[in-house]
Design a protein. Sequence first.
Length: 456
Amino acid sequence: MGNCFGTQQVDHHSQSTIKPSSPGTSKLKDGKQNSSPPAPDTTKESGSAEGRSKKGEKAAFPASGKILMSITLKIFTLAELKAATRNFKPATVLGEGGFGRVFKGWVDEKTYAPSKVSVGMAVAVKKSNPDSSQGLQEWKAEVNFLGRLSHPNLVKLRGYCWEENQLLLVYEFMQKGSLENHLFRSGGAEPLTWGTRLKIAMGAAQGLTFLHTSEKCVIYRDFKASNILLDGDYNAKLSDFGLAKLGPIDGNSHVTTRVMGTYGYADPEYVATGNLYVKSDVYGFGVVLLEMLTGLRALDTNRPSGKHNLVEWAKYSLTEKRKLKKIMDPKLEGKYPIKAALQAGELILKCLESDPRSRPSMEEVLETLQKINAVNGNSKVSSKASKSKSKANDNRSPMHCKPDSKKQNWFQPDSEKRNWFQSDSEKRNWFQPDSQYRTGIQRHSLSYSDVQRASH
C-alpha cells in the first residue's frame, strides 16, 4: 500500500492552525513515493500585485478555515473500502465517467472502520480507472490541497488509498448532490428557490474567499456548478481540487501556466495568454451565478444559433428589468424580488469584466451577495409569483426548453493551438458530452465524464 506524501495515520478530528511550508515535488520511483507532497505544475511568476490583501490590512471577511501543518487523513486499505462499499457493488454507484466511479459506503464515525449499510457515517468513495491517463497528478493535487485545507465550505476529504495500482479518495457524503443536478437535470432533484440559490452562492463565495485570502493563496481554477456540492441543508461546499494551484507570491499579479479548466467557465484572459489570476476564479463565479439566475448551462449547442454561449448573449439582458424577467429561470415561477435579481445581474457583469483587474475580489462579491440577500428578505417577490406553474412554463423563453439527446461538438481551435494539458503525458481533449447532462469536462466528486485522449 502506498503511503502518500509521507502522511501518517493520525486522529483526523484534531487539527493544527500552523501554516504549512510550500509543497515540494513528488515523483514515483519503483512504485513508491517520496515524503514531499507534490506541488502543482512549476510556473513562471510575473506581474504586479493584484487580488491579495495588502500586508497589515485586516480582511473584510477573515478566513474561518485552517491550513494544516501536515496532511491528517485516514489511510484506508483496499480491503476496508471494499467492505465499506460491499465490494464496490453496482447498486452503490453514485456517479461514473472516464476517471472512474464514485461509490457510496459506510464507515464508523470515530474509527472509520467499515460498517453495515445505514450504520455509522456515509462516505463517497472515488475509485479511479487504472486505464485512465489523466488521474494521477490530479489525484495527488486533490490530496495535497483538501488534505491540508479545512473550511465549512470545502468538502471534507476523509482519507485515501493507494494500493495495488488503485487510487481511491474518501469524501464526506453530500446528501443533496451537486448544484448542477438541481439546475439542469430533470427529475429527482427538486427545484431551488430564490432564497436557496442565494444561500448556495454565498456559501460558494465564502469557500473561494477563504482560498484567496489564506496566507498560502490558492486559485481554484475550475469553478463550475458540478463542483459545488450540497449537504442536507443546502450548504455549499467546493469539491475537486485536481486543478487547484498556489497563487502568485512576492507581489506578483499572476502565475503563467498551461491552460486547464472547463470551456465556458475559464477566464478568457487566462485562455488567451496562460496568465492565471486570483480573479480568474471570480470570472468563473460570475458564469455560475448567471446559470443560477437563468437555469441555463454556460454552453449548450442545442440553443439557437448565436446563443450557444450563455455569457455572450445573456449579459445584455442583466440590467434591464423587462429583459431580465425573460431570461430568469422559469422554475422560480416568478418568486423572486426583481430588485435583488437586478442587483445580482449587476454583480455578474462585474465578475465577467474582460480585464481581471476590473473584477471585484471574492470578498467584495461576498459582501454584495449579503446585501442582495438582505433585499431578498425585505422585498416582495415579482408579480409573476401569483401565476400558476403551468402558465409560467408555457411562457418561458425558448432557451429554457429541454434539449434533445444529440451530442454536442466541443472543439479546440486549430488557429490557436492552445495547450489544455498539464503535461505531454496527460493530454486531454474536449469531448462530446450528452447535451442534456454535461458541458465541458465534468470532474467532480459525484460524477465524471468520459474523456478521450488526443494529441494537440
